[in-house]
Design a protein around this ligand. Structure first.
Ligand code: SF4
Length: 435
């Protein structure tokens, strides 16, 4: 028995798909990348951008052939589109056997078991997904309370829920004992993380008290885990980035020197229309504090062009912001209206050609900065945690989140290796290992 999973969207969906895969493997199913071999096909969907939805529609549409070729095959659609469209999606694509909305994604094992879609398997399967992981995503919060005016996430994923700190710590400790080197903590807004922990009373070791903890405290606890080498986290919301958090990350040796801090626009007028709850000056203040406390921190961001009412002047402010901050990398998106959001009520009044033009101009600027910043690594030694390989070509990440590739005839996956950088591209560095 085999399963096929196609995942669209963010790292949280990637993480959820990993959990679905682990459960299916425990249930006796083997993973396959070939849909023709699968007994069950899962599409984990994303509604954040129109483009992601269109790709998922195509994937689900193609599963009609899967059902024709394999009438006993089952199709499960999970995630934001299942949450948002519900029965409408099933009417459009009758090949779907089961929908699991984003709010229920955590209950995947229970729901799919109750659905009766899984067949008892006699195959003996050694689960691969939770084996000797080198790096993994761990979700610490789900949902979002922020209601940025362009975003469907609060509607499809619901309000914020925080995983208990002790559960997160125990899970990562367990994985580190099995060889995990790096963890990326996930949440729509990790900075609003809250939990409680029981801590021993320093005066009486047998007595415990309950302590409220925030994201900085969680990082400090995870930093103590033996065997774990690197801690990453995303995504951050500027309005919730506290001074305590900034000072803490600068002191924790396992926290990687990288932060993804979405700016979206350099115009206060547009930021207000987006309901982002900060101004550019506030954001720039955070950048200065981050660079003060964590001098070699790399900063990446998300930027959006063509939001309703964005004028040339607003766009120029975004260009100015990018020139001032000099991000290490930026993801640049064109606004697309999403039903049910506040921004959907505004007229999508920036012409398509203007969106395209602004997108290109901003992307070129960001890419030039990224290339310039990467070129400063040429000739330098970078410690890379090796994650994967294709033949003799190995890939890994530097602590500041740069993808580094190099050639080796030795199997180096899972090891930290010093690489001398020879070449810099926009998205990556190329080098050679130093013995
Ligand atoms: S913070 Fe804003 S953009 Fe991010 S998930 Fe929440 S509503 Fe969406």
């Amino acid at each position: 028995m085999k399963f096929y999973i196609k995942t669209f969207g963010c790292q949280m969906n990637e993480s959820d798909s990993g959990i679905f895969a682990a459960f299916l493997e425990q249930s006796g199913y083997l993973p396959t990348d070939n849909i023709d071999e699968a007994d069950i096909a899962i599409v984990n969907t994303c509604s954040v951008r129109q483009h992601a939805e269109e790709r998922a529609f195509t994937e689900i549409g193609d599963l009609k052939h899967f059902k024709t070729n394999n009438p006993n095959g089952k199709v499960v659609v999970v995630g934001c589109m299942a949450e948002k469209m519900g029965k409408e999606l099933k009417q459009k694509f009758p090949q779907i056997d089961l929908l699991i909305g984003a709010k229920d994604a955590q209950r995947f094992p229970e729901i799919i078991t109750k659905s009766g879609l899984l067949k008892p398997s006699t195959d003996i399967v050694t689960p691969k997904t939770q084996g000797a992981l080198i790096t993994t995503f761990i979700t610490i919060t789900r949902g979002c309370n922020n209601f940025c005016s362009y975003c469907v996430v609060p509607y499809v994923r619901g309000p914020e829920e925080y995983r208990p700190a002790e559960e997160i710590i125990q899970e990562i400790k367990g994985l580190a004992e099995k060889g995990l080197k790096e963890v990326t903590l996930l949440g729509q807004n990790v900075n609003s993380y809250r939990s409680v922990m029981s801590v021993p009373d320093p005066k009486n070791e047998e007595s415990f008290s309950i302590k409220e903890i925030d994201f900085a405290d969680l990082l400090a606890e995870l930093n103590k885990i033996v065997g774990l080498k690197r801690i990453r986290f995303m995504t951050n919301h500027p309005k919730d980035v506290s001074d305590k958090f900034i000072k803490t990350i600068g002191t924790l040796n396992k926290v990687c020197n990288h932060i993804h801090l979405p700016l979206q626009s350099g115009s206060d007028r547009i930021l207000e229309l987006m309901n982002r709850k900060y101004t550019f000056d506030y954001y720039y203040g955070l950048i200065r504090k981050l660079r003060y406390h964590f001098s070699d921190i790399s900063i990446t961001t998300d930027l959006m062009v063509g939001f309703p009412k964005e004028t040339d002047k607003d766009f120029k402010l975004t260009l100015d912001a990018v020139n001032k901050i000099k991000f290490d990398f930026a993801y640049v998106f064109k606004y697309s209206p999403r039903e049910n959001t506040e921004a959907f009520k505004l007229k999508d009044d920036v012409p398509k050609e203007t969106k395209e033009k602004r997108h290109k101009e901003l992307l070129d600027l960001c890419n030039n900065t990224a290339r310039e910043k990467n070129s400063k690594y040429i000739g330098k030694l970078v410690e890379v945690l090796v994650e994967s390989n294709t033949g003799d070509e190995y890939f890994g990440k530097s602590k500041d989140n740069r993808t580094v590739s190099f050639q080796s005839s030795r199997n180096l996956v899972g090891q930290p290796i010093n690489i001398k950088i020879k070449e810099a591209k926009i998205h990556s560095l190329i080098g050679e290992p130093i013995a």
